[in-house]
Write a protein that binds this ligand. Sequence first.
Ligand SMILES: [Zn+2]
Length: 79
Amino acid sequence: MKQFNIKQCRICGGTEFVKGVQEFHGSILGENEWAAGQPLYHILCLNCGSVLHSYVEHPTSLLTRKHREQYEQARKENK
Ligand SMILES: [Zn+2]
């Protein structure tokens, strides 16, 4: 699980959280890469149920193949 620096709910001040996942029809699709859906993970406040943060595990899979290759090549060159 990814770690995010969430210490307190900005709505109710709660300090305990739970992770949920939105899959299937609620998955995130790349704008131009329809085949690569990604589950959307949420960090929610246990006290009030507010969604505090949402993310995908593999954002680069939302890129088209061409853009993904360009992105990965650029990252290699910057290391
Ligand atoms: Zn809350």
